[in-house]
Write a protein that binds this ligand. Structure first.
Ligand code: HEM
Length: 511
């Protein structure tokens, strides 16, 4: 039986197919076509059962092929698993481009429908005015250095009450707690004190939108076929519009103000900008929440490693004030806790299911060998890449918390280009430093102050929501109930955070 989540995936693939449709036949110079059992619709059904994991599964069935073609009915997917071909994709960034996906997002995720506006947002090479990518580029400098640390200062101020509450709560859902903490901290750090998401009803409406995106994205009579996420999107867009009309942005972050300025200069209306903002929050929370959850899960599940990391933070990243307050220092977490940072990246490597995607905007001969035809999609699934020994060495299939440590007991065993959790250059996640600050500060304080154990006593992986269209970090689809108890080592201690302005950046690996 096909269930609703599988229909969601189907809707998304059909939508992308229509978006890029070129109706072309297979050319013998294209990468070898692999078929699955059922003619024509086989790969569509594969997607229904396995989500985006289907690409990786197909690639694994053909290990001798560095690139394969999957016929997805209205479009073709070229699936790459070879590091050399990934580098060839990077060399052809002009014709294998991420940019058209921004327009797809504006139309199918944010619901912008005015053809004139879509033309403004469309990439310049396709005859548009390129506003979509101008907005993205304008954000990048606001997510490093001083503006980032100003956001970090707000973020931790808002996250700490959630950590304090753990001492008072008995059994709770750890995933829901990560959601609430991330949502509160990320939105207020961005939008300032008039943050429209302060209202729980707006938060709930946004989650209706996010979790129902698989149907909404098909953009086919959405008020009928995807009523709940469609209504949720409108409700949040209205709240953002009200925030802007009341001048809330004047107290918001540089990130918010830069996006607004570029959008207004580019010719968007406030209503259209508000709709784009609803989609923007996906970047802020949809990956951060599950990443935070898996960091806590993987650390508490490894008691020996947990003990070592606690010691590292205690030795290097706690400042004790004259009144006894213990503060966790962000700069020291970045620069003097190599085991924590390495473990964090290994959790991202082993838990993520990213698949950097590019659209072929012009016929391209990849590595002088494979013809990629315009209108089709290139996908580079991280799972087969994260298991390749030539990329990660003999321990590719193992969890190695010291993999990214450059000195002392462990050599650096990673190879350039294999770490795809934050995307593939030149499209690399600009929010990775903010996400890392948020996750690592929270994790550092929680593990020092609390012991956490799951109800039932076993850290058994909860089922993942493989149908998510927007998260590559394995969001879960069931409750995960735990108990937290304050550690006696810190009984009666007052806690805080310390963030120094102006340094904001992590030494992270990127693909
Ligand atoms: C653990 C958390 C996060 C992960 C794993 C993650 C991952 C990614 C990935 C894989 C991409 C590239 C997509 C592709 O190539 O197909 C991306 C893009 C992006 N991310 Fe993140 N992200 C995270 C958190 C954030 C945060 C907190 C923000 C905002 C502050 C953010 C903002 C963005 C934006 C704006 C883009 C689009 C970049 C562009 O179009 O050039 N991300 N992210």
């Amino acid at each position: 039986m096909i269930d609703i989540t599988q229909l969601l995936i189907l809707g998304a693939v059909v939508a992308l197919g229509y978006f890029v449709f070129n109706g072309s036949r297979h050319d013998p110079r294209e990468p070898p076509m692999v078929t699955s059992g059922i003619p024509i619709l086989g790969h569509m059904f594969g997607m229904l059962w396995h989500g985006v994991g289907h690409w990786g599964n197909q690639a694994k069935k053909h290990p001798e092929q560095p690139i394969i073609t999957l016929d997805m009915f209205l479009t073709k997917f070229y699936v790459i698993t070879s590091p050399d071909l990934m580098q060839a994709v990077q060399r052809n960034a002009k014709t294998l481009s991420f940019e058209p996906l921004l327009l797809f997002g504006a139309r199918n995720i944010s619901g912008i429908s005015n053809p004139k506006t879509l033309d403004i947002l469309k990439e310049i090479d396709a005859g548009g005015q390129g506003l979509g990518s101008k907005i993205m580029h304008a954000m990048t400098p606001t997510l490093v250095g001083k503006p980032l640390d100003l956001m970090n200062i707000q973020m931790i101020r808002l996250i700490q009450p959630f950590i304090e509450k753990l001492g008072e709560t008995s059994t709770f859902d750890l995933y829901e707690w990560c959601k609430d903490a991330t949502m509160a901290a990320s939105t207020e750090a961005t939008y300032g004190p008039m943050n429209p998401y302060k209202d729980k009803k707006i938060q709930d409406a946004w989650w209706d939108f996010e979790t129902g995106l698989g149907v909404l994205i098909a953009n086919t009579l959405p008020w009928l076929t995807a009523r709940k996420p469609w209504k949720g999107r409108q409700k949040v867009a209205d709240a953002i519009l009200k925030y802007l009309q009341e001048g809330g942005q004047e107290h918001g972050s540089e990130l918010t103000n830069v996006r607004l300025k570029v959008s207004m200069e580019g010719g968007l209306t406030l209503e259209e900008y508000s709709k784009l903002e609803v989609g923007m929050l996906i970047a802020f929370v949809s990956n951060t929440v599950p990443a935070m959850f898996w960091c806590l899960f993987d650390l508490y599940d490894r008691q020996k490693l947990l003990g070592e990391i606690r010691k590292e933070i205690e030795a290097n990243a706690i400042v004790v004030a004259a009144d006894g307050t213990h503060s966790i220092d962000l700069t020291a977490i970045r620069e003097q806790c190599p085991l924590l940072l390495s473990t964090f990246q290994e959790i991202l490597r082993t838990r993520s299911n990213s698949s950097p995607t590019r659209l072929v905007t012009k016929d391209t001969l990849l590595a002088d060998k494979y013809l990629l035809k315009a209108g089709n999609t290139v996908s580079m699934p991280s799972i087969p890449m994260s298991q390749r020994q030539e990329v990660w060495g003999e321990t590719a299939g193992e969890f190695d918390e010291r993999r990214y440590m450059n000195s002392g007991e462990k050599k650096d065993s990673r190879r350039a280009g294999g770490f795809l959790t934050f995307g593939l250059s030149p499209t690399i996640c600009p929010g990775r430093h903010f996400a890392s600050s948020e996750i690592l500060l929270l994790v550092a304080m929680v593990i020092l102050r609390y012991d956490i154990s799951p109800v039932g006593g076993v850290w058994k992986e909860p089922a993942k929501d493989t149908s998510s269209m927007v998260s590559i970090m394995g969001p879960i689809k069931e409750k995960f109930r735990v108990n937290a108890s304050p550690r006696k080592e810190y009984a009666g201690v007052k806690w805080g955070f310390h963030v120094e302005e102006g340094k904001g950046q992590f030494p992270l690996v990127i693909g």
